[in-house]
Design a protein. Structure first.
Lengths: 205, 205
């Protein structure tokens, strides 16, 4: 199980470990492993084995399992980087910070398209949906919940608000929502997110 | 254009106008017309012509274009009936009324499945999405907006909140949201919807 040598026939002749090709092979291996096992049960070691490389090399390229997942699905944001930014700063402004971050990020067509592609697949493909649920729960929602000390259901309804806005603004393109200015939407949505996330919950729900 | 006789070969031999079969033929014609023209440009007259029946017969079976659309897509709720119920009652309780109505309705697996099927198609099929956007805007959102005297964008973000909750609860099945009690969610979500819909807007946005 911990044999790090590649299975016969897996390495191409002449490929050096750590070459540009290695990163692509790790990503291809990761897609296969995430699709087969979901996010929770996939491991860096398993991905390394599938790619025929040392786990240290996987960590070198991607730091964490979350980082591999972000690269494998071409997500525009790495929660390892984004969540600390959301959590930093005054608690009484977390609503504005989160809404502005999500609306600014999705205002970029390339970033938005990759997110929407993932949302569509998650809603139409059962297995892909499980993988996204696990990633979203472990890598995003649980961390914000822990950082803020709120009941998880509050984070989920906050996420539902923003998820719904992005879908209706960019996929269904309801007007005037689709053409509304980011700052107008920040004013409208931030108090909602602030109510969900602004205060520590008395008890986890 | 106003010729109400059926094109040659359209009527089956021996079918009487107003038979049980007529209703099915009107629905089949409506699906064809809505798919080709969208909701806004479809007319009762055009659907009647496609079905080879008198428009009065279409009105007899379905009352309105909205009613035909609801039947054609097997939607579990007719906005002609639901919206007056939502708008009736104290304005200061519209948040609770709307949230409880939507969560109770989607708690029924059959009702939920037909709504989710429509949502999925709207998100993945461009033409179907346009049709749903037009129906949603004209038959649902505009009417609530007019009834409440609020800026349309407020209705859209309220709808986004509930749309997101239904998708995350029933399609992505995030926990604890998926298992949460309806009344717990009413307490959490009603103040959000109340803030969006509870007060008349100073100016339409």
């Amino acid at each position: 199980m911990t044999d790090q040598s590649a299975p016969a026939g897996r390495r191409r002749p002449g490929r050096r470990p750590g070459s540009a090709d290695t990163r692509g092979e790790i990503i291809a291996a990761a897609r296969k492993i995430f699709a087969a096992k979901g996010f929770d049960k996939a491991t860096v070691r398993g991905i390394a084995r599938e790619a025929g490389v040392d786990p240290a090399l996987v960590h070198h390229y991607f730091a964490t399992k979350e980082g591999i997942f972000v690269a494998a699905l071409r997500l525009p944001v790495d929660p390892d980087q984004a969540i600390p930014l959301i959590l930093a700063g005054p608690r009484e402004e977390i609503g504005r910070r989160l809404v502005r971050f999500l609306l600014t990020m999705t205002a970029d067509p390339a970033a938005r398209e990759s997110i929407i592609a993932v949302m569509r697949s998650a809603m139409t493909n059962e297995q892909f949906g499980v993988m996204i649920r696990e990633f979203l729960t472990r890598a995003v929602l649980d961390r914000v919940v822990a950082g803020l000390g709120i009941p998880p259901v509050r984070m989920e309804v906050a996420f539902a608000q923003m998820f719904g806005v992005v879908l209706l603004r960019y996929v269904l393109r309801l007007e005037p929502l689709a053409s509304a200015d980011v700052e107008e939407l920040v004013d409208l949505l931030a108090p909602t997110i602030q109510r969900y996330l602004g205060e520590e919950g008395a008890a986890p729900a």
